[in-house]
Design a protein around this ligand. Structure first.
Ligand code: A3P
Length: 351
């Protein structure tokens, strides 16, 4: 256990209270026996370069190791009324929203402008526990149980894998799918440098991408946020880029911790935005060194690339882009959700 001070109420920086952190025991502990048959009976999409194969479970392509976690989550997760879960499809701004939500919720114990802020010494993913990793084992579940309220957690699981009547709140972030594909390609190339963008794009379009189909992932949370706006906050990465302060205020209200007049006057919102900006996070040792996971060999710095909207134009062929746009139009046309404003957006927005 690290000897950094631990706040008396949540969310606490998870690494500070995780006795196993740094031991290398992580998400790829061996598969629990009771689930081996279930996993081996599911449709499989093999993946190269040490990446976990994908298995199609309840309509979603989950990393093989996380199928038992999905089962355990559905059966045993004991949600609390004041839980907050950051949910996302990979490469849609998870790291940023984890940081913003943590900084917002923990601001009384850890003022964002303070020299000792946990985000100055820890990667955002070390502050916010990853649900499917914890639900790999009873020991992980116990760690979650031991956390003080309110808890802040993170997941890539589709809404379907969460317990049905979870009383807490979910902050979901989605991103223009072409930019997500380009971001994912850059990320995976850390493991497979010759990976063609076309392969990543094809697997996303076909559905068999990690946690895909992305459209169903987005639609699940989108419809929940429409039905229960007090429980599910639906954010878009591009809107966060445009006006991060506005969205930090929205986030704070949503989690029941609106900024007071005194906080507004003191510039707390801007402090949080600055603390969590990609330009700042990139410079920190905790984000420049180490790996995303002790045994997942992608360097942490790969989590912070460009952080802009519209970067797809620099990499995608018109055919690739058209294919994704057609699927998006088809899947989302009844929902009112469009990414239209980004389709012709040739210039990246710099932060
Ligand atoms: P790009 O690869 O397009 O730059 P995730 O955290 O879900 O893995 O998403 C990664 C994407 O979010 C990457 O996009 C990364 O650069 C961007 N990102 C990470 N931290 C960010 C921040 N603080 N602000 C804005 N974007 C950020």
């Amino acid at each position: 256990m690290a000897d950094a001070p631990v706040a008396s109420v949540g969310p606490v920086p998870f690494k500070d209270v995780d006795a196993d952190s740094g031991s290398g025991s992580s998400v790829l502990e061996q598969l629990p026996e009771e689930h081996a048959d279930l996993v081996s009976g599911l449709p499989c999409a093999p993946r190269p370069n040490g990446l976990s194969n994908l298995r199609c479970y309840e309509g979603f392509w989950l990393p093989e190791w996380s199928v038992p976690a999905a089962v355990a989550l559905q059966r045993r997760f004991q949600p609390r009324r004041d839980d907050v879960i950051v949910a996302s499809f990979p490469k849609c701004g998870t790291t940023w929203v984890n940081a913003l939500t943590f900084a917002t919720m923990a601001r009384r114990a850890h003022p964002a402008a303070g020299a000792g802020h946990p985000l100055l010494r820890l990667n955002p993913h070390q502050c916010v526990p990853f649900l499917e990793a914890l639900f790999r084992s009873r020991r992980g579940e116990a760690k979650l149980e031991a956390l003080p309220s309110p808890r802040l957690m993170n997941t890539h699981m589709p809404l379907r894998m969460m317990p049905r009547a979870a009383p807490g709140k979910v902050v979901y972030v989605c991103r223009e799918p072409k930019d997500m594909v380009v971001s994912l390609w850059h990320y995976l190339r850390r493991l497979q440098p010759d990976l063609p963008l076309a392969d990543v794009s094809e697997s996303v379009c076909g559905g068999a991408a990690m946690y895909g189909p992305v459209w169903d992932h987005i639609l699940g949370y989108r419809s929940a946020s429409t039905a229960r706006p007090d429980s599910v906050l639906f954010l878009r990465y591009e809107e966060l880029l445009r006006d991060p302060a506005k969205h930090v205020r929205k986030l704070a209200r949503f989690v029941g911790l609106p900024f007071s007049g005194a906080e507004e006057e003191a510039g707390v919102v801007d402090d949080i935005v600055k603390l969590c900006s990609i330009g700042h996070l990139k410079t920190l040792e905790a984000n420049k060194t180490g790996h995303v996971d002790p045994i997942f060999p992608i360097p942490r710095e790969a989590l912070f690339r460009k952080g802009v909207a519209g970067d797809w134009v620099n990499y995608m062929t018109p055919e690739m882009a058209r294919r994704i746009d057609e699927i998006v139009a088809d899947k989302f046309h009844t929902t009112g959700l469009t990414f239209q404003e980004w389709l012709t957006h040739a210039d990246s927005i710099d932060l």
